[in-house]
Design a protein around this ligand. Structure first.
Ligand SMILES: Nc1nc2c(ncn2[C@@H]2O[C@H](COP(=O)(O)OP(=O)(O)OP(=O)(O)O)[C@@H](O)[C@H]2O)c(=O)[nH]1
Ligand SMILES: [Mg+2]
Length: 198
């Protein structure tokens, strides 16, 4: 059963003028290329290839808007840190993301998707600093937890939690075995509710 029976893809934007009207509340999924953003969205919404995933980094190249229900949205962002693209395209993505984060009034929270085997990268820290500077709440999904042994996974969570301090909350996640899906949905709903109050 879908937790979001009305969920649907609305549109991909390649320029700020194509963003959806800035009303209601939305939560953006950000993170390194190939970290598992689109896969995490599919688990949370409980639909296969709802957001398109790929083994090849750089699958998501546009700002993709999904309706969860009337007035509540998810946004799947292009991954950062993907080396194999032309500078021109990389700059275009960076500008598009900067425009998005700077102008989006309906942005209620950020899900930062981090591969548990890599921990926080420099780009992740930039995203965290940025979110902090504009008072945007962040929840970190330490994804691909299935790739580590239990002890290693616990250790990694402790380290990231210590590293983050008060800046963001963090949890284990796996798109493969759906570890952490309820916790992630609860956080998503919390952010959307915060955004709707204002
Ligand atoms: N084992 C495992 N593989 C995962 C998990 N999440 C994602 N993957 C795999 O990682 C690859 C990238 O996943 P995507 O969801 O497309 O990653 P993305 O962050 O959206 O990537 P871009 O759109 O390129 O930025 C795919 O091959 C997924 O099947 C997970 O929790 N466990
Ligand atoms: Mg993607």
């Amino acid at each position: 059963m879908s937790h979001y029976p009305e969920a649907r893809f609305i549109k991909s934007a390649n320029a700020p003028g194509q963003f959806l009207p800035d009303v209601g509340a939305e939560v953006a999924f950000a993170g390194r290329s190939n970290a598992g953003k689109s896969s995490a969205i599919n688990v949370i919404v409980n639909r296969r290839q709802f957001a398109r995933t790929s083994k090849t980094p750089g699958r998501t190249q546009l700002v993709n808007f999904f309706d969860l229900r009337d007035g509540h949205r998810l946004v799947d962002l292009p991954g950062y840190g993907f080396a194999k693209v032309a500078d021109k395209i990389r700059r275009h993505w960076a500008d598009l993301m900067a425009d998005y984060f700077e102008m989006r009034q309906s942005l209620a929270g950020m899900f930062l998707i981090v591969d548990i085997r890599r921990q926080l990268t420099e780009f992740d820290r930039q995203m965290l600093n940025f979110a902090d500077s504009v008072g945007l709440p962040v929840h970190v999904l330490l994804t691909k937890t299935d790739k580590l042994k239990r002890g290693q996974a616990s250790q990694a969570l402790l380290e990231v939690r210590r590293d983050l301090g008060e800046v963001a909350t963090v949890q284990h996640f796996s798109a493969l075995n759906r570890l952490g899906e309820d916790e992630a949905r609860a956080k998503l709903e919390e952010f959307l509710a915060l955004g709707t109050q204002e």
